[in-house]
Design a protein around this ligand. Structure first.
Ligand SMILES: [Fe+2]
Length: 393
């Protein structure tokens, strides 16, 4: 039964002014030229308003509604499990396979993601699980093909309220900080904000994303890089005593979006909060990973708030200060008009989009995330270095 107050709040929430389609009415914010060319080539109708904003009535207003969203378990079956460990089909077809750093990041040269066969896709899934993030420059990619690849890896995340590419039922999110800025997000040289902070996507979900594919089709001439850091390596940086202490412990993860409390709708907004293991096992590699991030991990279950704060601060710093387990990638294609793709495993990484271009040149991307298993720790699993026979010192 809905109360009168609840009905009023719901009505007010749906009365939010919305710019139709999201494009700036005054014409100040235009879709980047290279994005237009891509969309026109592949028949994406952006003229009626872009990006598509999900129907306001369907966006959760109360926190209990948001908690119910995707609250049922579903099966996932990682394609990486079916791959040839030597990845002969993928590597054999590539012009070059470049490992960008020792511990994270590989670039595949000379292949189009849209043309991979299933064997190569399975091998790519395994490569992402091992190297954390894999890059493909100079891509000519239909957004529908991007969605199709995501669906090959598993169920695709459809966000209830994030801006999306107007294709079918959704599933292709728009990553375009210029839009957020045009809608009032305070972004400047001093305040990077937006995606310019260390985070892992959607960690409050019951089954957070695994393979996440961002295709940038508008890329600044200089800058606009993204940095990723490995959760496997972060775990290997810890002492055996701290590893033991954390194994089996859970943390709380909050959502980015916030909602109203049905009982107390006028008392401010609350995020969705879920618990997951701090150390989780990757189902394909069997390696342990440290699964926390500064943006969304709020506490360690079972510890006093002050204890939790001190330990989490240290764990965040392991990701953020160890440059040897990070990779910084510049997206620029070698040929104008083409885009660049990064496919990372969200279960074993954090990322940070560098805001050095200050929005003075457009940066626009489309993202497809495949949802993965409920995070778990297999007590018999090993760390990456242990498994590879590397020094644990
Ligand atoms: Fe992100």
């Amino acid at each position: 039964m809905t109360t009168e107050l609840e009905q009023t709040v719901r009505k007010l929430a749906t009365l939010k002014p919305q710019v139709k389609g999201g494009l700036d009415q005054a014409g100040a914010l235009q879709l980047p030229e290279s994005t237009k060319v891509r969309f026109e080539k592949y028949g994406v109708d952006y003229a009626r308003g872009y990006p598509e904003i999900p129907v306001t009535e369907k966006i959760p207003i109360f926190v209990d509604e948001a908690e119910q969203f995707r609250n049922e378990l579903f099966e996932v079956d990682d394609r990486g499990k079916y791959a040839d460990p030597e990845k002969k089909a993928l590597f054999g077809a590539a012009k070059e396979v470049k490992h960008l750093t020792k511990h994270i990041g590989t670039e595949i040269v000379g292949l189009q993601l849209s043309e991979l066969n299933d064997k190569q896709k399975d091998e790519l899934a395994l490569l992402i699980a091992e190297r954390v993030v894999v890059y493909f420059r100079d891509q000519d990619l239909d957004p529908r093909k991007q969605l199709e690849l995501g669906k090959y890896f598993g169920p695709v995340e459809i966000h209830p309220q994030a801006p999306r590419v107007p294709v079918g039922e959704g599933g292709i999110s728009v990553i375009w900080m210029d839009l957020a800025k045009s809608k009032g997000l305070d972004l400047s040289f001093k305040r990077g904000g937006g995606t310019a902070h260390w985070h892992t996507d959607l960690t409050h979900e019951l089954q957070p994303p695994g393979i996440t594919h961002l295709h940038n089709d508008a890329i600044p001439d200089v800058g606009g890089d993204t940095v990723w850091v490995s959760g496997y390596a972060a775990f290997d940086k810890l002492s055996p005593s701290l590893q033991k202490f954390l194994e089996g412990k859970k943390a709380t993860y909050r959502s980015l979006h916030t909602y109203l409390d049905r009982e107390n709708p006028l008392k401010g907004r609350k995020p969705v909060v879920r618990e997951h293991p701090i150390i989780r096992t990757h189902p394909v590699t069997g390696w342990k990973s440290l699964f926390i991030n500064r943006a969304y991990t709020t506490g360690i279950v079972g510890l006093e708030a002050e204890e939790s704060k001190v330990i989490l601060e240290y764990l965040f710093s392991v990701f953020e200060k160890n440059l040897d387990i990070q990779v910084r990638f510049n997206w620029k294609p070698s040929k104008k008009g083409l885009g660049t793709s990064a496919l990372w495993d969200n279960r074993i990484s954090q990322h940070y989009a560098v805001w050095d271009h200050e929005g003075l040149e457009p940066r626009h991307g489309t993202r497809v995330s495949t949802l993965a298993e409920v995070p778990y720790l297999d007590p018999n699993s090993k760390s990456q270095r242990e498994s590879l026979g590397l020094s644990l010192d």
